[in-house]
Design a protein around this ligand. Structure first.
Ligand code: AMP
Length: 603
């Protein structure tokens, strides 16, 4: 059976893992790194770049370099959070005809799942090269607080990349799985996960191989990126005050400031102060301007205090939902790169009053857990049971626009729940079922997941028909809703499918394009291998001439020399057929050297 990989598709970085000899292990990417930047770009020559290569050229090509795509997965363009983020990324976002978000790169629009698929495709290829076998199935983790659209969009991304997504796993749950927990112990733990773009808190009961999530909460728009932006704004404001130039208006300068801001933030996790130096960052009327500033740990804390504070309420709510007090929590696991900031750790201590655990690698734990879950699904890992919950309440809209809950948040999944509703008008023969997700009382303030009409209800006084609305939610958190008129047994249902807005044909097209890209990539790799072989062949021939040239006939010497020159020229031009032809000719000629030698030896 081929391997199933676990993927942590992160806002900032992505990581993949697989079970090897009963243990989860991180798969390094083609560059030999364990973390792959979640960055995609179209380079200057129109080539697609993913990961480190994309990140490296971000400064000079900011408009066509997409990072933090996770923030836009399964979201509507008009969402206030999307608008907030839109103002802070150097690439262009537009509204799709169905009001979803689209991303522009090099004059083409891409739905966010297609961009995520490019990251997944690289991970898939790198995993295949590393494992030496095709990889077609994966477990992908998402923030626990992702709603259904965001989960569906993630599944679609997997499909476009040629991966069957066997399970969508919540990130904090994945980290708990990776936590090497002695099976004989029984504990209640909290997983505090602050990554690049999202914050999650989950409370779990662990014991005898059972991982039971009691409650989860979070904020899908809070993460390390927001911390960086605070520093960027501070730097830009200070610079503007001093020089009267707003660096935010120059995309290139802004990208440099952004990178320096993140670097400074990371340094301040281990140092008390750091210098930020960006020479020639702007051109003033009297020559170039340089940015030289010092940021202290205390200043940084002030800049981001409210962001850290925003993690408190979700923690409290999760504790309330789990019906626990902080003294009931035995341990707190910290996950996500941003937890390395000392002020964040202090805050966690003040919330839970616990010594913190650092045994899990905050950047790799999620992928390792996803790898373990992949092992569970293929039967490689036994005696492990994962019981997860749904993060947000599922309701239908009823009279007056009220959201009437059917499945409340933190209900264990898979789950099926139903309720009886009725009509609100005399002789009403049809009802529209509007499915919403979220905690707001008014339906419109929540996320609309889908709507459908159940008609053919026999005319009757209002309040008389009995319509059973049933919600089914599977282990991935994917939802199916059924409405049935009990008098006639007439039924309608919908599977809430991606509101990433992609139609089946669009997905098929993207799958085909991704495959085509794969093919081109493979060809390109073969070409590079040929060019490398050609280069070493030319080198070998030159070395042979250097060492043994005087023992060859002048005619053969000049023949070898001319064939090497032809090959070198073909290499310079880079035309693969010409290179191959020149290689064949040089090969024939060098065989003559061997023959020449053996004739001489015999003589
Ligand atoms: P993740 O999504 O878990 O990979 O987390 C990435 C976020 O963690 C980014 O915003 C990074 O800037 C941040 N991060 C990584 N290392 C550190 C560190 N040593 N101190 C503070 N933040 C960090």
């Amino acid at each position: 059976m081929s391997k199933v990989i676990g993927i942590d598709l992160g806002t900032t970085n992505s990581v993949m893992a697989v079970m090897e000899g009963g243990m989860p292990m991180v798969i390094p990417n083609a560059e030999g790194d364990r973390l792959t930047p979640s960055v995609v770009a179209i380079g200057k020559n129109g080539e697609r770049l993913v990961g480190k290569a994309a990140r490296r050229q971000a400064i000079t090509n900011p408009e066509n370099t997409v990072f933090s795509i996770k923030r836009f997965m399964g979201r509507k363009f008009a969402d206030s959070t999307v608008q907030y983020d839109r103002a802070r990324v150097p690439y262009r976002l537009t509204a799709a005809p169905n009001s979803d978000v689209w991303v522009s790169m090099n004059g083409r629009e891409y739905p966010p799942p297609e961009i995520s698929a490019m990251i997944l495709q690289k991970l898939k290829q790198d995993a295949e090269n590393y494992l030496g076998e095709p990889v077609t199935q994966a477990v992908i983790s998402v923030p626990a607080y992702f709603n259904d659209s965001q989960r569906q969009a993630t599944k679609e991304a997997g499909r476009i990349a040629g991966l069957e997504v066997l399970r969508i796993l919540n990130e904090p749950t994945a980290s708990a799985l990776a936590y090497d927990f002695p099976p004989e112990r029984r504990e209640t733990i909290a997983v505090y996960d602050l990554g690049g773009g999202t914050f999650d808190i989950s409370i779990l009961d662990l014991g005898a191989g059972v991982f039971e999530v009691l409650a989860t909460n979070g904020d899908t728009h809070l993460g390390g990126d927001d911390f960086d932006r605070r520093i960027v704004d501070w730097l830009c404001n200070e610079f503007e005050r001093e020089h009267g130039i707003d660096l935010r208006e120059d995309r290139l300068a802004l990208q440099r400031v952004k990178e320096a801001a993140e670097q400074a933030k990371i340094e301040l996790s281990t140092r008390l102060q750091t210098d930020i130096n960006l020479s020639f960052i702007a051109q003033g009327p009297r020559g170039p301007k340089h940015l030289h500033m010092t940021l202290t740990r205390a200043q940084l804390k002030q800049l981001v205090e409210d962001l850290i504070e925003r993690t408190v309420a979700p923690c409290r709510q999760a504790m309330l939902d789990a019906e626990l007090k902080t003294t009931d929590i035995d341990e707190v696991i910290l996950v996500g790169g941003q937890i390395r900031m000392p002020a964040v750790q202090e805050k966690v201590k003040s919330i839970f009053g616990k010594l913190l655990l650092t045994e899990v690698n905050p950047e790799e734990a999620v992928s390792l857990g996803a790898g373990i879950q992949a092992g569970v699904l293929v039967g490689e890992v036994k005696n492990l049971l994962l019981i997860d919950v749904t993060p947000l309440t599922l309701s239908i809209e009823t009279k007056g626009g009220i959201a009437s809950p059917i499945i409340r948040r933190n209900t264990t999944i898979p789950a099926r729940k139903s309720q009886i509703f009725t009509t609100s008008r005399e002789d009403q023969t049809g009802v529209e079922i509007v499915v919403v997700q979220g905690e707001r009382v008014m339906a419109v303030e929540n996320t609309v997941l889908g709507r459908f009409v159940l008609d053919g209800i026999p005319p009757a006084p209002r309040g008389e028909p009995k319509i059973e609305v049933a919600f089914k939610i599977d282990a991935d958190g994917v939802i199916e809703v059924t409405a049935q008129d009990q008098a006639t047994s007439k039924e309608q249902h919908i599977t809430v499918t991606a509101s990433s807005g992609l139609s089946e044909e669009e997905i098929e097209r993207m799958v085909a394009e991704a495959k085509e890209h794969d093919k081109r990539n493979w060809q390109r790799r073969q070409e590079i291998k040929t060019l490398n072989r050609a280069d070493s062949m030319a080198y070998q021939a030159e070395k042979t001439l250097e060492r043994y040239g005087d023992r060859l006939t002048p005619a053969l010497q000049s023949k070898v020399r001319s064939k090497v020159a032809v090959l070198r020229q073909a290499l310079r031009v880079g035309e693969i057929e010409k290179v191959e032809q020149a290689m064949r000719e040089l090969d024939e000629t060098t065989r003559m050297i061997a023959r020449d030698f053996s004739v001489k030896r015999e003589a």
